[in-house]
Design a protein around this ligand. Structure first.
Ligand code: HEM
Length: 500
């Protein structure tokens, strides 16, 4: 099953090698019988921990290929807050929205750092507020024609491939859409096709980035014994040289080009605005925006398409709403028209609730002890959130939490950003994370998802191929995101489409 994505995205599967390396280390450590146990401060009440921990490596091996599923099972057995030993690091997982809110939002001043990782860069709050203002709703309005143009190209491609082939796996086209959109916004540049040499060079860089951000290249963070392996294999030296010799020069070239463009773009906004950015900061921040804003959008839309094929009556209702809008306005709607398309907006929200794009969130680091009810969460603990359980919590989502039911949002048409900033009880979903670390790309994501969704359904009906329905339950972990199992569908041009 995974072969398709493996061929498509080989960089996403480095984790398997890491698990083998850990297994070898475990054997060595057992043999030498010099197991180290870290001293544990006394906490108010011990946080439950699954029995499958091994000495030194902890749960690294027991998490298996689908950590999301394993963590969800452990929660079922042990309750809403559990401890996971990740080698030298202690993680705490939360699967209840109220507890997560209490820990990551109310206690956000103590729980909003990021764990150290050799490759990844942690956004400072200054960088984050600069980026948030650079892609605020008013700034996004400037880029809206470009977003719509890329959505149109996406739909052309999906229809065209459907005509030529028996079915389309939409992921690559969706990635091309999201990369092109963020590139147009960031640097005022676009790629002509997936064969464009610059596009190919960029995807290699993104692949390298994903690989180096993965566990295999960062094992010494979890298991200090791996510093010895690093000494021999030079993994960290490889990372340093990749950043210095390939990533930075490539992004510096894009930045230079962006600064020369006459139309507005992010580079110009960040460079010319009153932000305290060095050249290096700018390179890293833009590289991160491209990384964070590509896969997430493509994965979210892939799940959305899965749900549309499985729920043709939802698809039809959304198409009727889009058609009504086009009839009275003689144009496609944008995110700014969402009040007139409550059903479409609800479908997008529901799809993000039902299938989590980033199923364990991004880890937060506790930098001051926090008391959470009867549990003490110590400084140095890494917090993850089980988004699937959180987004299906029956108290928070009383109407059929296990079902795909867009109607639940018909009375909550707040923008996703406004829902995050409002009262906890009025949050729509938790896909963009928590508190001070909330995703700064939220408004852009919302605009892109809306343009993609409305663009597709205004011109196509998405139907299954003879191979059958896409699976809505199975999934593959790809780094931080969760992809549906490989599937093909047809994007059949609507004869009654009002878009010509
Ligand atoms: C559907 C699309 C997206 C989803 C589901 C998503 C989800 C997330 C999540 C869960 C986090 C971590 C929040 C936390 O730690 O509590 C995050 C962080 C981040 N996201 Fe997004 N994101 C999406 C799109 C985007 C886009 C389009 C951009 C920018 C172009 C972006 C840029 C970032 C950045 C820079 C961070 C790191 C922020 C920090 O560390 O403070 N994301 N995102």
């Amino acid at each position: 099953m995974e072969t398709y994505y493996k061929a498509l995205l080989p960089y996403k599967f480095e984790k398997e090698k890491a698990l083998s390396a850990i297994a070898v280390t475990l054997v060595i450590l057992y043999a030498s019988s010099k197991l180290i146990s870290s001293p544990n401060k006394k906490s108010s009440k011990e946080i439950p921990m699954h029995r499958s921990a091994y000495p030194y490596v902890g749960h690294l091996l027991s998490l298996g290929k689908l950590p999301t599923t394993t963590v969800a099972e452990w929660h079922k057995e042990l309750g809403p807050i559990i401890k996971i030993k990740m080698g030298a690091q202690t993680w705490v997982s939360i699967d209840n929205p109220r507890l997560a809110h209490q820990l990551l939002v109310i206690n956000g001043s103590k729980t909003s750092s990021r764990p150290e990782s050799y490759f990844s860069h942690t956004y400072s709050m200054g960088e984050k507020s600069a980026v948030s203002s650079a892609i605020s709703p008013s700034q996004i309005n400037i880029y809206m024609p470009s977003i719509e143009n890329h959505a149109k190209r996406l739909v052309d491609k999906l229809i065209d491939t459907t005509k030529k082939e028996s079915g389309v796996h939409p992921f690559i086209d969706l990635e091309f859409f999201s990369i092109n959109t963020i590139f147009a916004i960031a640097f005022g540049r676009q790629f002509s096709s997936v064969d464009d040499p610059d596009f190919k060079g960029l995807t290699v860089l993104i692949e390298e980035g994903m690989k180096y951000a993965g566990m295999e290249y960062d094992l010494a963070t979890y298991l200090p014994i791996f510093s010895i392996y690093d000494f021999f294999t030079g993994a960290r030296a490889k990372i340093r040289s990749s950043i210095k010799e390939r990533r930075d020069p490539c992004f510096q070239k894009f930045i230079k080009e962006g600064l020369q463009k006459s139309d507005p773009n992010l580079v110009k906004y960040l460079k010319e605005g009153n932000f305290d950015f060095s050249e290096d900061d700018l390179t890293v921040v833009l590289n991160d925006l491209v990384g964070a804003g590509t896969d997430t959008i493509a994965v979210t839309l892939t799940w959305n398409i899965t749900m549309m094929v499985r729920h043709p009556q939802v698809q039809l209702k959304a198409q009727e709403e889009i058609d009504r809008f086009i009839k009275s306005n003689d144009r496609l709607p944008t995110i700014n028209d969402k009040e007139e398309l409550p059903y479409c907006f609800s479908v997008i929200k529901e799809s993000m609730r039902y299938k989590s794009t980033v199923p364990l969130g991004l880890p937060h680091l506790v930098d001051k002890d926090v008391q959470l009810g009867e549990y003490l969460i110590e400084k140095g603990t890494v917090i993850i959130t089980d988004m699937t359980n959180i987004q299906r919590n029956p108290e928070f989502y009383p109407d059929m939490p296990e079902s795909f039911f867009p109607e639940r949002y018909m009375n909550n048409l707040k923008s996703m950003q406004a829902a995050v900033n409002g009262k906890f009880e009025e949050r729509d979903h938790f896909a963009f994370g928590w508190g001070r670390r909330i995703c700064p790309g939220i408004n852009l994501a919302e605009a892109e998802l809306f343009a993609g969704f409305v663009g597709i359904l205004s011109r196509c009906s998405i139907i299954p191929t003879d191979e059958g329905m896409p699976d809505a339950d199975g999934f593959i972990h790809c780094g931080l995101t969760m992809l549906p199992l490989p599937f093909k569908v047809k994007f059949v041009e609507r004869s009654d489409s009002l878009i010509k």
